[in-house]
Design a protein around this ligand. Structure first.
Ligand code: PMP
Length: 465
């Protein structure tokens, strides 16, 4: 029991005053929020003293794990030196300039597709709003203002602001607030388990799924399309990992029509897939990269857009003022924490560790779960993994979504000291990149246990035999 926190009192304040993101307020108030009070390494604790293995790195962000004093020290030092100054008045600050150069140095150099510039924000959503502004400005400057259409994907997630939610393809979000905004449209996602034709191989499916982009470009008019935006691996959509054939075909199509490619790496960058930037893994070359979350391991908000040379050159050489920016663009404290975070990642070789050690180990152990009677298939990529819960293993028949079997499983996970996220009938993890083999074993054991409990509950409720 954490004696300093009165759980009931905090819950009462919370339900009286705090409207949580993506939450049914009434439902939460009827039960009370779990109060998380501290964290260390890969674990968090609630106010009742319960220790929970964080299989989600917070919200896909705490890549270096919890309790890093070094990051607190960097923030403390910078707050005393220069806690804030803006970058609007032809001014800069030391950490913002240093971090921009460092981020540029982390991206591979490939001509026009090299990244020498960064535009800062404080979140993934803001960064994608910046992308929309920047992409349209780019085509305006090139004398093609009719190129306004940006194509995203169904079940993609690009944030929760008006532009972010529009670029994303979440039906529930579009239904609230008249979204998407004009000139944003979507193609289907490359979800093999759901979208394959009978007998279709994964590689054939990948090429066919990429072909949906070409069809959409032709439908909209090739001269009207400005950009395509996608996550390398769809995270919030349920860890949807595309077949290997998907991205090369997407690259061929965007090149053919000259449209810009935006890689939204808010989840996938900074080691999550075993590379600094995730496009390296799939071998494509974006023009813009959205980043946020793990650039500071979530210790302080920071986001931005890596602006490739194709776009930067036009904005710099042909542009006048770009009428866009945020109070916190290049926030010195956030940038100082990011520098210290990158120091840790480099010193502990977290990127290489995911690629060569814990990534393959997680893949091997997670695959064992595929044998479970409740599991239709499992996938891993770097240090993210997902599985789909099925009603009938032999046929792959899925549960009625109204039964919310994923939420049932998530509740068993919470109850047994594991944070595993449910997205419909998919269960997903993205643990801190510092996880040891023993902790991965612990994670797999907990997942197996919670699947057993979920199976027993579905049988007891007559949802399957
Ligand atoms: N893009 C992607 C791919 C994301 O996963 C997220 C957040 N989960 C966002 C954008 C939005 O980031 P934020 O919540 O920081 O605005």
């Amino acid at each position: 029991m954490n004696s300093t926190v009165d759980t009931k009192r905090i819950q009462a304040l919370d339900s009286a005053h705090f409207l949580h993101p993506f939450t049914d307020f009434k439902d939460l108030n009827s039960r009370g929020a779990r109060v998380i009070t501290k964290a260390q390494d890969v674990y968090v604790w609630d106010s009742e003293g319960k220790k929970i293995l964080d299989g989600m790195s917070g919200l896909w962000c705490v890549n270096v794990g919890y309790g890093r004093k070094e990051l607190a020290d960097a923030a403390h030092r910078q707050m005393l030196e220069l806690p804030y100054y803006n970058s609007f008045f032809q001014t800069t600050n030391v950490p913002a300039a240093q971090l921009a150069a460092r981020l540029a140095s982390l991206a591979p150099k490939v001509g026009d597709r090299s990244f020498d510039h960064v535009f800062y924000s404080s979140s993934g959503s803001e960064s994608n709003d910046s992308n929309v502004r920047m992409v349209r400005r780019y085509w305006d400057l090139l004398g093609q203002p009719q190129r306004k259409v940006i194509i995203g994907r169904v079940n993609g997630y690009h944030g929760s602001t008006m532009a972010g939610a529009s670029l994303g393809g979440m039906g529930g979000m579009h239904a609230q607030g008249d979204l998407p905004i004009p000139n944003i449209t979507h193609i289907e996602q490359p979800y093999y388990f759901e979208k394959r034709l009978p007998g279709e191989s994964e590689s054939d499916f990948g090429v066919r799924a990429a072909g949906w982009l070409e069809a959409k470009i032709l439908e909209m008019g090739a001269d009207k399309v400005a950009a395509f935006i996608a996550e390398p691996v769809q995270g919030a959509g349920g860890v949807i990992i595309p077949p290997d054939t998907y991205w090369p075909e997407i690259q061929r199509i965007v090149d053919k029509y000259g449209i810009l490619l935006i890689s939204d790496e808010v989840i996938c960058a900074f080691g999550r897939l075993g590379h600094w930037f995730a496009y390296e893994k799939f071998g494509y070359k974006p023009d813009l990269i959205t980043f946020a979350k793990a650039v500071t391991s979530g210790y302080i908000p920071l986001g931005g857009v890596m602006v490739g040379n194709r776009v930067a050159k036009v904005l710099i050489e042909q542009g006048g003022e770009f009428n866009h920016g945020y109070t916190y663009s290049g926030h010195p404290v956030a940038c100082a924490v990011a520098m210290a975070n990158l120091d840790i990642m480099e010193r502990e070789n977290l990127v290489g560790r995911v690629r060569d050690d814990i990534g393959p180990y997680l893949a091997r152990r997670f695959e064992e779960i595929a044998a479970h009677p409740l599991v239709g298939s499992t996938q891993t990529c770097g240090f993210v993994a997902g599985l789909v819960l099925v009603k009938d293993k032999a046929s792959g028949e899925r549960f009625d979504p109204d039964l919310a079997v994923g939420m049932m499983c998530r509740a068993h996970c919470f109850g047994n000291g594991l944070i595993m996220r449910a997205v419909g009938d998919r269960m997903i993890i993205a643990p801190p990149l510092t996880m040891t083999h023993a902790q991965i074993d612990e994670l797999i054991g907990l997942i197996q246990k919670c699947l057993d409990l979920t199976l027993a509950e579905t049988i007891a409720k007559g949802l399957r035999v």
